[in-house]
Design a protein around this ligand. Structure first.
Ligand SMILES: NC(=O)c1ccc[n+]([C@@H]2O[C@H](COP(=O)([O-])OP(=O)(O)OC[C@H]3O[C@@H](n4cnc5c(N)ncnc54)[C@H](OP(=O)(O)O)[C@@H]3O)[C@@H](O)[C@H]2O)c1
Length: 237
């Protein structure tokens, strides 16, 4: 069983992954902005497996937040061997942006790129210790091709994909294996305003949770680096 940190576990894909992995018996440390969001839910440690479920505050816009989360998790679990990055922002920003959109672009960069980068950096020495650590990153098809007026989001996800490649390169000899999961639309709050495509035809969060569960069963020699998940025909892959 693994000792896993999951960011963005308060809802959406992160929450679905947490529910699945908790059921399978892994120890989970969930980084969330507001711990009270999990009270009286199946991810409330008071109601479910307190020795295997640890909740900590984590805000990707605060560069000191992940260090406290990681260090307190290591105190609680003695070790960590898996990191699952789900926290992110989605915002449409035009290529020819105005002053208000500049702030949105800066926030996309901070949360979607610097957040996972700093969290990985703060976890690295622990992940390096056990020769079979895993890092799963929710990137996006927007990290592989650009569509519509998603300049800021897509830029952040291309940058995140580049970070995934560097994590893979630098972690390889230490037994760290990295998987970048690249879905199109997934039926969560993030896709709430998408009306041109039925929600039930989107990828469902529980299906991504199943993929993560399967990934964690693979040996170092068989972990895929990239998984593109298409709910619509993509012409570029
Ligand atoms: N849904 C899609 O169509 C889709 C497609 C491709 C890739 N993805 C990627 O999949 C991942 C999960 O997305 P989702 O669909 O589950 O999104 P979601 O339902 O909107 O959830 C986003 C999560 O990120 C957290 N978050 C946002 N800002 C944060 C911050 N500053 N610090 C810490 N946590 C923060 C949220 O916490 P709060 O509850 O506190 O706001 C929430 O838990 C993201 O990386 C997303 O880019 C999603």
């Amino acid at each position: 069983m693994r000792k896993i940190l999951i960011s963005g576990a308060s809802r959406g894909i992160g929450k679905a992954i947490a529910l699945k992995l908790l059921k399978e018996g892994h120890s989970l440390s969930l980084g969330v902005r507001k711990k009270e969001k999990l009270i009286n839910t199946p991810l409330d440690p008071k109601l479910n497996n307190p020795e295997k479920l640890f909740i900590h505050t984590y805000d990707a816009t605060d560069k000191y937040s992940s260090k406290k989360w990681v260090e307190n998790t290591v105190k609680a679990f003695k070790n960590i061997d898996t990191l699952i990055h789900c926290a992110a922002l989605f915002k449409r920003t035009n290529l020819i942006f105005d002053d208000n959109e500049m702030l949105d672009i800066e926030n996309l960069w901070k949360v979607n790129v610097m957040g996972p980068w700093i969290l990985t950096k703060d976890s690295w020495k622990y992940l390096s210790m056990n020769n079979s650590a895993r890092i799963i990153v929710l990137v996006s098809m927007s990290g592989k091709r650009s569509k519509g007026n998603l300049a800021g989001y897509s830029m952040s996800k291309f940058a995140l994909m580049s970070l995934c490649q560097t994590m893979r390169n630098e972690g390889w000899e230490k037994g760290i294996r990295v998987t970048a999961i690249c879905p199109g639309w997934v039926n969560t709050d993030m896709a709430r305003d998408i009306n041109y495509f039925p929600k039930l035809d989107m990828t469902q969060p529980k299906d991504i949770a199943n993929i993560c569960s399967n990934l964690l069963q693979l040996p170092n020699s068989s972990v895929p680096f990239e998984i593109a998940i298409n709910c619509q025909l993509e012409t570029t892959n």
